[in-house]
Design a protein around this ligand. Structure first.
Ligand SMILES: C[S@@+](CC[C@H](N)C(=O)[O-])C[C@H]1O[C@@H](n2cnc3c(N)ncnc32)[C@H](O)[C@@H]1O
Length: 473
């Protein structure tokens, strides 16, 4: 925390501040315990903010009690307060047996830590673990009946993400976690040696944990090992809610982490962190909420190769004189053989500004549309092990670039997006009609799920149709 903020807090009586704030906000006892714990553990909180359910968009939130200027530190968390495998009581065992708990996600050590810490009454993090919500309330799609996921989220990419999660959770639990717990039964009581409890911990990590940004060298090392950076729990920071237009951000320092205002926040305003540049489908998948369509400027649509094949077939069968594609199947096979197109991997990502992966897409479009003689040359160069010198073809697919693209590119992109748009349960017009008649009326869990799924679908359909309009010839 900045020196000036520390000084300000020293000048006034921290205890008086704390007691006054507690009474004023009528905080419940779990929150009071948590705040007292923060104070005892030297987690410094600016007097200009308070934790409250009033004014928060979801459960607890952080509210500005005075005007806050951009750059001010809102709280500072000493590293010793982070709940992670290396700070936990079972750090030594986790370290000693690290080879047996390795997994692709890198989450297992933290999950075992949480299972253990939440089962012991004298955990250092007890006041923190007490204020996180009952995980039955954390309604991530992985807890929905699969029929609902499939009915509501067709086309959005969430279905396959949820299925992959469930498979991974089952695998990791049965093959890594349960054997570890059984070997250390004294640390893991019988009641937590079960998949349902473990799934709730996974949801906790999914929706509440943070990962420390790595420097580029570490990124490269992790990439080689195929592992993501490990997550950790950051008390207080995880109380903050998220919006795309966030006004605060977490910074990872050597000794401590600070939450700093990234813009002025007026008195009474909610302090919003960022969970990342996340689309609505990612927010729903990992956090169980979505922003109203168009509020989320990070929203995207992910399109898979099956739509590409479908789009090319439509063009092949169409007698559009502007676009003549030849040997499509051969070129597609070639792109797959080169690993440029992978069946299960995203082919094209559309965001509000256009195609996000335009390097790859321009390359693919170039190969599909190039003159067949050139294509032969291109393949021969690659076969000989040389690099192909790119010509001056289009390199960007931002919205502003679309009118200047060759007709064949526009036509393929249009059909690609159209093929994807047909995957949703209804058309944009019907979805918008439904949105206007039903928004803000949800009363129970089913209608909340429907509303959030609707946000995801409508946002994606808007992006698709906006881009299709630009591509239309
Ligand atoms: C890091 S936690 C935030 C903790 C939350 N404020 C609480 O007191 O439990 C993330 C969870 O907060 C909720 N959340 C965060 N931002 C939200 C938003 N803009 N709208 C609705 N819910 C939100 C979601 O339930 C999400 O899974």
């Amino acid at each position: 925390m900045s020196e000036s903020l520390k000084r300000k807090r020293d000048e006034s009586s921290v205890a008086a501040d704390f007691d006054g704030a507690t009474k004023k906000s009528n905080l419940d006892s779990k929150l009071s315990n948590f705040l007292r714990w923060c104070k005892d553990e030297n987690l410094d909180i600016s007097p200009k903010v308070e934790v409250s359910k009033t004014g928060s968009c979801a459960q607890y939130g952080m509210i500005a009690t005075k005007d806050i200027a951009k750059g001010e530190c809102l709280f500072e968390i000493p590293r010793a307060l982070l709940l992670a495998p290396d700070t936990s009581k079972i750090a030594d065992i986790l370290e000693k047996e690290s080879d047996t708990i390795k997994s692709k996600s890198n989450w297992v050590p933290l999950l075992l830590t949480l299972c253990h810490e939440s089962s012991i009454p004298d955990s250092k993090w007890r006041p923190y673990l007490e204020i996180v919500p009952d995980f039955d309330e954390l309604d991530l799609p992985m807890f929905w009946p699969m029929n609902d996921v499939e009915a509501e989220l067709q086309g959005t990419g969430v279905i396959s993400a949820v299925k992959t999660d469930i498979d991974n959770i089952n695998n990791e639990f049965n093959n890594i976690v349960l054997p570890f717990m059984k070997r250390h039964a004294e640390l893991f009581p019988d009641k937590i040696q079960n998949l349902d409890f473990y799934k709730k911990m996974v949801a906790f990590v999914m929706a509440y944990s943070f990962t420390e940004p790595t420097n580029q060298n570490e990124d490269e090392e992790n990439e080689e090992e195929g592992a993501d950076p490990p997550p950790m729990m950051v008390p207080m920071a995880d109380i903050l809610n998220h919006i795309a237009k966030n006004n605060a951000e977490l910074h990872f320092g050597k000794e401590s982490l600070t939450m700093d205002a990234t813009m002025d926040i007026p008195q009474g305003g909610e302090v919003f962190n960022t969970y990342g540049t996340l689309s609505n489908s990612q927010l729903l998948h990992m956090y169980g909420f979505a922003e109203a369509p168009r509020n989320n400027h990070y929203d995207t649509v992910e399109i898979y190769p099956d739509c590409f094949s479908q789009a090319l077939k439509v063009i092949e069968n169409d007698s559009n004189p502007n676009v003549e594609l030849t040997h499509i199947q051969e070129r597609l096979e070639f792109l797959k053989g080169q690993g440029i197109i992978q069946e299960q991997a995203v082919l094209c990502v559309i965001g509000p500004e256009g195609v996000l992966n335009d390097d790859e897409m321009c390359h693919i479009l170039k190969i599909i549309t190039m003159d067949y003689a050139n294509y032969g040359e291109y393949k021969a160069v690659l076969d000989s092990g040389d690099d192909w010198m790119e010509d001056d073809g289009p390199e960007e697919l931002n919205n502003g670039d679309i009118p200047g693209l060759p007709l064949s590119y526009r036509c393929i992109l249009y059909q690609l997006l159209k093929a994807h748009a047909e995957k949703y349960k209804s058309s944009l017009e019907k979805e918008v009609e439904q949105y206007e008649s039903s928004s803000n009326k949800e009363t129970d869990q089913t209608s909340t799920r429907q509303k959030l799924s609707h946000f995801v679908r409508v946002g994606q359909l808007h992006l698709l149709h906006g881009f299709m309009k630009l591509c239309k010839i």
